[in-house]
Design a protein around this ligand. Sequence first.
Ligand code: ATP
Length: 306
Amino acid sequence: IYIAGGLQSAVMFLVNAGSTLLVSLGVVLDRLAEVCADEPSTTPARSSTSPLDGYDMRLQRVTFGYSQHARPVVHNLSIDVPEGTHLAVVGPSGAGKSTLANLLAGLTEPQHGQILLDGGELGCIDEQQLRREIALIPQDAYVFAGTVRENLTYLRPDATTEALDDAVAAVGAGETLARLGGYEATIPAGGEGLSPAERQLIALARVYLCPARVVILDEATCHLDPAAEALAEHGFARRPGTLIVIAHRISSAERADRILLFSGTTPEVGTHDDLLARSDLYAELVGYWRDEHRARHTDEAEPEAS
Ligand code: ATP
């Protein structure tokens, strides 16, 4: 239990620090998994490497909390996410949306209940395979020192330039690519010189290109303007597989097939219109987003004080 807790903390630290998601996390997890392998454990080994036949996801009575004493952040949550779904997750700040994203990506494990992918528990799928099947982009997108091409092909090293062009166009990263000077241009350590939006576009194109059939965007477009965000999300929605978007704008939620309104205790699922009709919390969130949108536009329209 201690080792599993350490693993979880390591994962959460890395994710919350906005550091590399798939790359360094995979390496750290692999190393920790090696340590865990020598210990007697009640959790199933991450050993299954069988190819998956499909990508239906199912959460069965999932409960997760960061400490045994505090109220769980995710409590008894059950939801089906059939392959190909475009699901938006919305909820108040601190409701647990990122926690849920990490659970869905297999970066943390539930204390109770199960998360199934193609009928098998996420926790039983070989770590490297899991990282290939599910990609999560956090808010603080990661770029590393190297060429743009290396940054884009990290998760699919054999990608052709044509595939790169498609990914860049699909997420709307063309202008960023041109500004950087093309695929062979160098990105300095820490992505210095790139704006947060440009870093997000590189991370989006990288994941668009990768083989994962389940993509989770955890506010991964928050630095893009609404039009650029719409372009990127439309691109991902056309990509084969499941798309789960932790939404921070009403427009992201409206684009989804289904919305999970997540408040930790009483999750509700429906379309935008369903939820608007039956949930006060959803109506409140929509009102808040609309006010915020109006305020931003008013600020932009107002001439600067001289
Ligand atoms: P936001 O919309 O503000 O990003 P969220 O809905 O994504 O929030 P989470 O980030 O999942 O919410 O956090 C849910 C709760 O869990 C919060 O009370 C948060 O303080 C707590 N929490 C998040 N990460 C950790 C952690 N690593 N250790 C302890 N508590 C945490």
